[in-house]
Design a protein around this ligand. Structure first.
Ligand code: PPS
Length: 352
């Protein structure tokens, strides 16, 4: 299944902000990627991806899948890192020693990282090995990994390797309410991705589906439609916050692992707590923040592990802007036959 692409050019408010404030020497520009088939028809806008996606698209689509691969997929800032650490620990029989001694991106590589940034002078720019091998070509690094491979992606369902669908590798998707996601994405973009614009402009980008991996709803629904497939598990950030042990039990069953005893469950929940992950150098991306500061891609003394809360958007989004979000949610979900009282709708509306 191929794709059609269109270059993003100036001329709309959102595109102008994007090209002015969200390009850098490490990111030249963006494309809209239209998957063929039904998926691409949802909003009809195509997924926004940096130019470099074209260099890796075919390789990712045609990648050899192993049935024991485990993928964690998500729209950015929805709890990916948290889910990755949970999945890796369950899959590796709670080997906390190894979890702490090898940084997450090397244990659980983000395959599409090279689609986001181009670091032609990596080592000169202060990016040294072994992380450099991954940063130089995240697709090669991931493809070459020994089994079982643990793989992170932010790609929508339609842009995943074709063989995932036939070889039935396990895919765990995590979703988060869009207001918290947007606020988290804004801080992340300033911290680590070289965004130089205002919060207000970022909200405009987000609501116009003009940040990387948007449209948000096309992305989420592309996996939601597969939530009952035997090789897919659909999780929500909010349910992890509410009842982590029950999510751990669900993930253990999905991964074919035996259930943890009470003591192990307690230890794992502690390891996965926000406070513990915030101070865990293997997962808190402090190394990446330092590097991007060296590269002039980030500023200030913010952290990747920022707040870790549900509905903390209320501290940063005004009631007027929240209304714009609500209208955007309604527009996007209209006509999908989702019953207003369904748990999906309640979650989307921030009522769960
Ligand atoms: S990324 O860059 O897309 O992979 O980011 P991602 O990991 O998806 O999302 C980062 C947000 O998840 C929060 N986080 C956590 N919340 C609760 N508990 C734990 N253990 C945890 N670990 C990470 C992180 O703080 C980001 O959310 P915000 O709202 O910015 O704090």
């Amino acid at each position: 299944m191929g794709t059609r692409t269109e270059q993003v050019v100036a001329g709309t408010k959102a595109n102008d902000i994007l090209l002015r404030d969200f390009t850098s020497q490490f990111r030249s520009g963006y494309k809209r990627v239209f998957p063929s088939g039904d998926g691409g028809k949802r909003s009809g806008k195509g997924y926004l991806l940096p130019d470099y996606f074209s260099d890796y698209e075919k390789q990712i689509r045609e990648m050899e899948i192993r049935p024991d691969d485990i993928w964690v997929a998500s729209y950015p800032k929805t709890g990916t890192t948290w889910t990755q650490e949970m999945v890796w620990c369950i899959g590796n029989d709670l080997d906390f020693e190894r979890a702490k001694s090898i940084v997450l991106p090397l244990r659980f590589p983000f395959i599409d990282l090279s689609c986001l940034f181009n670091f032609p002078d990596g080592p000169k720019a202060g990016l040294d090995s072994p992380l450099f091998e991954f940063l130089k070509d995240s697709v090669k690094y991931t493809v070459d990994k020994e089994s079982p491979r643990y793989i992170k992606t932010h790609l929508p369902w339609e842009l995943l390797p074709e063989q995932i669908k036939t070889k039935k590798a396990k895919v765990i998707y995590v979703a988060r309410n869009p207001k918290d996601t947007c606020v988290s994405y804004y801080h992340h973009s300033r911290l680590i991705e070289g965004y130089r614009g205002s919060f207000e402009d970022f909200i405009e980008l987000f609501l116009q589906d003009t940040v990387t991996y948007s449209p948000f709803w096309d992305h989420l629904l592309s996996y939601w439609e597969h939530r009952d497939d035997s090789n897919v598990l659909f999780l929500k950030y909010e349910e992890m916050k509410k009842d982590l042990p029950s999510v751990i039990r669900k993930v253990s069953t999905f991964m074919g692992k035996k259930q943890l005893n009470d003591e192990d469950m307690k230890t794992l929940c502690h390891h996965l707590s926000f406070e513990s992950m915030k101070s865990n150098g293997s997962v808190n991306y402090e190394f990446a923040v330092d590097k991007t500061q060296n590269l002039g891609l980030s500023e200030g003394d913010q952290h990747f592990m920022r707040k870790g809360k549900v509905n903390s958007w209320k501290e940063e989004i005004s009631p007027e802007v929240a209304e714009r979000f609500d209208a955007w949610i309604e527009n996007n979900l209209n006509g999908l036959n989702l019953h207003a009282e369904s748990s999906f709708m309640k979650w989307v509306a921030g009522k769960i």
